[in-house]
Design a protein around this ligand. Structure first.
Ligand code: WQD
Length: 334
């Protein structure tokens, strides 16, 4: 079975391509390299001894997307491509709406023309907004507080309407909690350009002394130690969740939603302490004001994904801390 992976050279996309190839799928990657680099393709080949077909194209470019479908008989699509920085989306909403919506609509229109009905969409727990209770189930109310999250919610609405109109479509929406960690080989991982927005990439840069100190955004939240609690899931577990989703996607018609999380929440200080212990390093930090838009706590009820697609995260917070650091040590440009 041939799977088109958009954004397949990105952090989650590349780890998913590895799991797809290791599971015997044929993989075709489209990526415009706006937030990834071509050397990831070599790393995927080094890990799997298979080289996916790669097209350096923008998914908003309909003619180019059509060519990919014309040259390759695509059986299913996993759609990762999209801008994903919350802060940037607040500063540049039009860029986010244009790119994230346009790319998805283009892809869906070409899929329809090319008779491709299987679609796995990379959504986010951010669509739950600030949940009234925990753990979060898939039928909880949806609301968003930033343009990035709103693009995800809008695309979910588009997919729900498409599913009603086109009974041939099989759509799986995966709502990721907080993906961190890296492939155990140290060949793939997360290394955002510039100053990291997210917690784990920032911790790693402080541990390697590239950055001086971690700013902990608030310690007056309604959590066990006052710092923000999140459901961190290992990116390799997340990748494996896509294989489970794909297996379901080709067996049913309609649309289904699954949380991909571990069901366990860890605070900022929990993560710092675990990272220091596992890697035997110091991560100096200071408590500063809350970051606007942050919520107290967010973690998944992973039960539906387990019951319906047989997905259960296996790797723990120690693995995530160890492999995040291992990746950077192996890829630090001295
Ligand atoms: C985690 C915790 C911060 C940085 C975001 C997006 C979400 C998804 C994952 C795309 C919070 C605290 C962080 C720092 C800190 N991305 N923190 N100091 O905000 O839960 O989720 O990334 O899908 O959509 O919203 O992740 O890693 O930014 O923050 O104290 O320098 O760490 O306050 O409690 P977040 P995060």
């Amino acid at each position: 079975m041939k799977v088109l992976v958009t954004g397949g050279l990105g952090f989650i996309g590349s780890h998913t391509c590895v799991e797809l190839l290791n599971s015997g799928y044929e993989v075709v990657i489209v990526d415009n390299l706006s937030n990834s680099s071509i050397d990831v393709l070599e790393k995927i080949e080094e890990i799997t001894s298979k080289r996916p077909k790669f097209y350096d194209i923008d998914v908003c470019d309909k003619e180019e997307v059509k060519k990919v479908f014309r040259v390759n008989k695509i059986d299913a699509v996993i759609h990762f491509a999209g801008y994903k920085a919350v802060g940037e989306s607040v500063r540049e909403p039009l860029k986010y709406y244009r790119n994230n919506l346009d790319s998805t609509l283009t892809l869906l229109e070409v899929m329809k023309k090319e008779n491709c009905h299987n679609f796995v969409f990379s959504s986010s727990a951010t669509v739950y907004g600030n949940p009234k209770e925990l753990p979060i189930k898939e039928d909880f109310p949806l609301s968003t507080t930033n343009p990035y999250g709103t693009t995800k919610l809008m695309i979910e609405r588009i997919l729900a309407d498409l599913s009603k109109a086109d009974k041939e479509m099989s759509i799986i929406v995966l709502r990721y909690f907080n993906p961190i960690g890296a492939h155990k080989s140290g060949l793939l991982g997360e290394n955002p350009r510039g100053i990291p927005n997210n917690l784990m990439p920032y911790i790693v840069r402080v541990a390697t002394k590239e950055l001086e100190m971690l700013s902990v955004f608030g310690n007056d939240y309604d959590t066990h130690d006052g710092t923000g609690v999140r459901d961190y899931i290992h990116v390799v577990d997340l990748a494996k969740g896509h294989i489970k989703a794909l297996e379901k996607c080709v067996r049913f018609k309609g649309i289904e939603y699954y949380n991909l999380g571990t069901g366990t929440g860890y605070s900022v200080l929990d993560l710092v302490k675990t990272f220091e212990e596992v890697n035997n390093v110091k991560v100096p930090y200071k408590i500063v004001d809350r970051r606007p838009g942050d919520i107290d706590a967010c973690y998944a009820d992973p039960g539906k994904a387990y019951e319906e697609i047989g997905f259960k995260a296996e790797l723990g917070i120690e693995d995530m801390c160890r492999e995040s650091y291992n990746y950077i040590l192996k890829n630090k440009s001295d």
